[in-house]
Design a binder for this molecule. Structure first.
Ligand code: PHE
Length: 463
């Protein structure tokens, strides 16, 4: 069992070291937030849910729900300075007199494993696309040839298994090395480089795509297109893209120096993450409309639109190669944060080294990942509830586990934790604190509950 040297009072010390600077923490959380969720998932889910109305609800969810949850997670993490299970157990006892809050930390461990199991497969696709771009497979591509290449690639389960294995390997390698040496270095250059390249791609979409049509699709809301299922998808996407609801940010918060401002950090991360997602949408939809592609194409959308654009550009192969390298890097820095809660838990709870813990957790994730590897080929006809194994794991994690986790995180931070503790972590009881407290106590829990009940049809429509 862990002992609490500080006698139950904050500030405690982290067992894994601290971020070397405020900037390192901002970069790490940004690295966690910015990933496939922004560039792969946001466009395809927005496309499947009809665009504008979905995007509007998504933005509301990001700022009114996701951001207060992020602040809550960081503050709990820093207050407890343990892995999410240990932190919730410690704070639960200290603030609420119950050790059962540790089960909330359990969501972090299980959620991280499940999310990474499919995330690693899609990240593997991007690795595969680095290779394909380098070979010049997309030169002069037409919509049909890009489609055929994508279908051929994901249809070959051995190839997908290979890239999934490769991606898990490099993720485990970084996590095994630890916070100071691994995580911090990995995020330093990726975000700015990605941003520069995306701005260049935006230039392409403005010049060669149907830009006005893309903008209208993304920003002109048509609420007839959006059912409560779509609202739930927007809520789930807000959690997913910000990496909140499962303790990844809580685990990183445990390494945050005491003097860093939590609201300031959360604001930077949320704005950067949202900007990158919208940018991805502004790049992809003009290409979709210019080429007569289907916006509701699904998980293949990015892989079927961007190579087409690259194929038409001079020097496109190089450009494509750099882009997919950066996207793999972005996925990698997110994947690292998904593993951190469970790895820190195994280290602290069972006294293992980081290398042992990372290898063990990584192996479990690798095996579970085969459910997704096979969802696009051998088992593509094996469907239940929401669809393939991939569809179900995605729905269970993004649309259920993350919002449920977020619900209990804000209930703990807003209702169970005493005001003195939370205001101490959030820099005193000023206006920002009051806004956070109000959102965390009322708006976030009520909104999550409402959307859940609506999505399962327990609240009737007013007509
Ligand atoms: N936010 C990451 C992305 O957008 C995914 C993620 C989810 C990371 C949950 C950590 C925890 O790609």
């Amino acid at each position: 069992m862990l002992t609490d040297e500080a006698g139950g009072k904050s500030p405690r010390t982290s067992l894994h070291g601290l971020w070397s600077s405020k900037m390192a923490f901002v970069l790490a959380v940004t690295g966690s937030a910015v990933g496939l969720g922004n560039i792969w998932k946001f466009p395809y889910i927005a496309g499947q849910n009809g665009g504008g109305a979905f995007v509007l609800v998504y933005l509301l969810c990001v700022f009114l729900i996701g951001m207060p949850v992020m602040m809550s997670e960081i503050l709990l993490g820093r207050r407890g300075r343990r892995n999410p299970v240990g932190t919730m157990e410690l704070l639960g006892e200290e603030e609420g007199g119950s050790r059962n809050w540790r089960w909330l930390g359990g969501i972090a461990v299980v959620g991280g494993v499940l999310i990474l199991s499919y995330y690693s497969v899609i990240a593997g696709w991007t690795l595969g696309y680095v290779y394909k771009s380098a070979l010049g497979e997309f030169n002069g591509a037409t919509a049909e040839s890009v489609n055929a290449i994508f279908g051929g690639f994901i249809g070959d389960w051995r190839m997908v298994a290979l890239v999934h294995t490769l991606f898990m390997g490099i993720t485990v390698a970084v996590v095994a090395r630890g916070v100071e040496r691994g995580l911090e270095q990995a995020v330093r250059f990726m975000v700015p480089a990605l941003l520069v390249l995306m701005l260049a791609l935006l230039g392409y979409s403005i010049n060669s795509g149907h830009f006005a049509e893309g903008v209208a699709f993304l920003f002109a809301p048509n609420f007839d297109q959006l059912g409560w299922d779509g609202v739930l998808a927007a809520l789930g996407q807000a959690f997913f893209t910000l990496s909140v609801g499962m303790g990844a940010v809580m685990a990183y918060g445990a390494y945050l120096p005491q003097e860093t401002s939590i609201p300031g950090t959360a604001a930077i991360v949320v704005v950067a993450d949202t900007a990158i997602a919208l940018l991805a949408g502004l790049i992809i939809f003009p290409i979709v409309f210019a080429n007569g592609l289907n916006p509701a194409e699904g998980p293949g959308l990015v892989f079927q639109t961007l190579p087409h654009a690259f194929g038409q550009m001079t020097g496109g192969a190089l450009f494509a190669c750099i882009f997919f390298v950066l996207l793999s890097l972005a996925a990698w820095t997110s994947a690292i944060s998904m593993m951190e809660p469970s790895v820190a838990w195994v280290v602290e709870r069972f006294g293992r080294t980081r290398a042992q813990a990372a290898t063990m957790i990584g192996s479990i994730i690798w095996i579970v990942g085969f459910g997704t590897v096979l969802s696009f080929n051998v088992l593509s006809d094996f469907k239940f509830y929401k669809g393939t194994i991939f569809d179900n794991v995605d729905h269970l994690t993004s649309n259920i586990m993350l919002p449920v986790g977020g619900f209990f995180i804000v209930v703990f931070a807003g209702w169970v934790m005493c005001r003195n503790s939370s205001s101490e972590e959030l820099g005193g009881a000023g206006t920002i604190y009051s806004i956070w407290h109000f959102l965390a106590r009322f708006v976030v829990p009520v909104a999550i509950l409402f959307v859940f009940l609506k999505a399962v049809g327990l609240i009737p429509e007013l007509s």
